[in-house]
Write a protein that binds this ligand. Sequence first.
Ligand code: KG4
Ligand code: ZN
Length: 342
Amino acid sequence: MRILGIESSCDETSAAVVEDGKKVLSNIIYSQIPIHQEFLGVVPELASRKHLETIHPVISRALAEAGCGWDEIDAIAVTREPGLMGSLLVGLTVAKTLAYTQKKPLIPVNHIMGHMYATALEHKVEFPFIGLIVSGGHTLLTIWKDWLSYEIIGTTIDDAVGEAYDKTAKLMGLSYPGGPMIDKLFKEGNPNAVDLPLVMLNKDKDRYNFSYSGLKTAVVYYVKSNPDFKPADLAASFQKKAIDVLVKKTLLASEDFGINRVVIAGGVAANSYLRASFDASPLDVYIPSLKLCTDNAAMIAGLGYHIYQENPTQDFGVDAVDKIITGKIKQALRQSGKRITL
Ligand code: KG4
Ligand code: ZN
């Protein structure tokens, strides 16, 4: 079964063709980073306008590179949640229109679950595993028993880790996105040069939760009182604390739940220190290659295959949802202990 995937939840327009949830025949990614760079962050209105311009050429290229005409496409999978509303709507509306006119099933996919699935395009992963999702919008510790549902055990109580990277880079006068810039400086700096906090949140209810606002505030004060700071040392010290807490909490969850297998996904999974730290840990770790860490449609088409196998019914009335994960986390935290299925 060949599925055309479409992803437009944030600032990447992407289309891909994936066979049987595994074989990537094409994965075209058009990044809008140069457009948003001068604003030091994603401007939602500019993002959706650019998606409108690029989405059809990106889809055409994905089909051409896969060597497929519409006859060889069996279904269309599309990101419906979570993300920027305007951006999601472009992809979802195009996918609905193509599915309707080409008479193909439409498969709505959750972006976060797609990120996790990116690993399955390159590795055979057995269940259960602990999933660590680290991106610009999310920092989640999760437990997976199959590809179609997961249990959230921890989240950030304020900023996401990627957001903390982007905000810290902005404070240091670096450009957007901050993650790759700080990661590059890390290699030239001393990670112990600046005394920044490792925020573990020791209360029981926060055992698997994260907080990044304290670390960011510590950087604000450091920059104010040391205007001649060394960028490489500050970047290295920030990165060490930002990543060490992810490793420590993942190890905690691994011990508590007796699960040694860990899958890591999302833009921050591209980080060199994160990859090295997890490699050096006793965990059995799977991280997608760099191209599959950031937003891409292959992960959406791949997961779409499993969703379709489970539930081939379709609904053209499906809507885009910008923040469903946050809402469900809040609900989940209130009813703590209950399994959450998305
Ligand atoms: O998953 P993603 O492409 O988009 C979503 O947020 O869904 O993640 C983007 C985030 C940005 O915050 C960016 O700064 C961060 O991933 N990032 C990194 C690295 N590459 C990208 N953070 C740390 N180190 C990196 N090498
Ligand atoms: Zn993403």
